[in-house]
Ligand binder design. Sequence first.
Ligand code: OAD
Length: 255
Amino acid sequence: MTSNAHIDLSKAVYVLNNAQHICILTGAGISAESGIPTFRDKQTGLWENFRAEDLANCDSFVRDPELVWSWYQWRRSEVKDKRPNPAHEALATWQAKAGQLGQTISLITQNVDDLHEQAGSQATHLHGELWQNHCSECGQTYEEAIDPAVTALVPCKSCGGKVRPSIVWFGEMLPQEPWQIAQQAAENCEVFISIGTSSMVYPAAGLAQSAKQNGATVIEINPHPTDNGLVDIQLPYPAGEILPELVAQLSQAKN
Ligand code: OAD
C-alpha cells in the first residue's frame, strides 16, 4: 500500500472510531472476489448477447417469461457454489463485535446473493433475494426450493400462474420495509460506507445523499471510484483486501 493509502485508511479508522451509528451499503462489487461477476460486467457464454438490465425487467418477463426465468435459473446455478470472501467476513466480524465497540452497524445490500448471511451477517436486502420465488399473478410465496437445473416455467400451486424470482426488477417499487430500514439507517448514521456499487441505480444510490445531507462522513470502497462528489474518504482498493485491514485496525484501536 502507498503512503497516501495509509493516510486514507487512517482517516477512515479515525472517523469510524468516533462514530456510534454506521450505515453500510454494499453492491455487486463486494461479491466480485467470490467469483460472481458484477451487474455491469459484460455477460459471458450463452448470455453474452444480452444485457442484464434488459433481463432484470418486469416488461421482459411479460414479453418472454421463459427467457427471463431461464436466465435467473442460470444465474442461480452460477452462484450456488460461491462462498463469502474476506470482505463479507470482515463485515460479519465487525457486526459481531459492534456491541463491544459501542456501535450499531446497519448493513444494507443491493445484492440478491446470500453471501453476507453465509458469512454470519444480518443484511437488509433492497433488491430481493435470488433463492426466493413467488407467483407473478397471485403473489403467493412459492415455498419449495426450485433446482437451478429446472429451466421450464414452474406453475403456482394456488392459481397456476407463472412463478418468478423474488427480485426487484427495473420498473418495480422497492419492498417497503427494507427501504424504510435503509432510509432510517442512512439518515441517522454518522458514517456511511459505500462498498462495491456503481451508485447508478436509484433509489439505493440516494442513500449516500441522505446520509451526507444529515451530516455523515461518506467513505467509498471501490477500485474504480465513482464520480458523484459525495465521497469524503476514498479507499480505491478491492473490498476483500481493504476491509479486513480496516476492521482489524478498528478493533485494535478500541481494545
Ligand atoms: P454494478 O455492477 O453496477 O457495480 C459494481 C461496482 O463494483 C463497480 O463500481 C465496480 O468498480 C465495483 N467493484 C468491482 N470489483 C470490486 C471489488 N473487488 N471491491 C469493491 N468494488 C468492486 O453493481 P451495483 O452497483 O450493485 O439491481 O448495481 C446496482 C443494481 O443495479 C443491482 O442491484 C441491480 C442492477 O440493476 C436490480 O437488479 C434491481
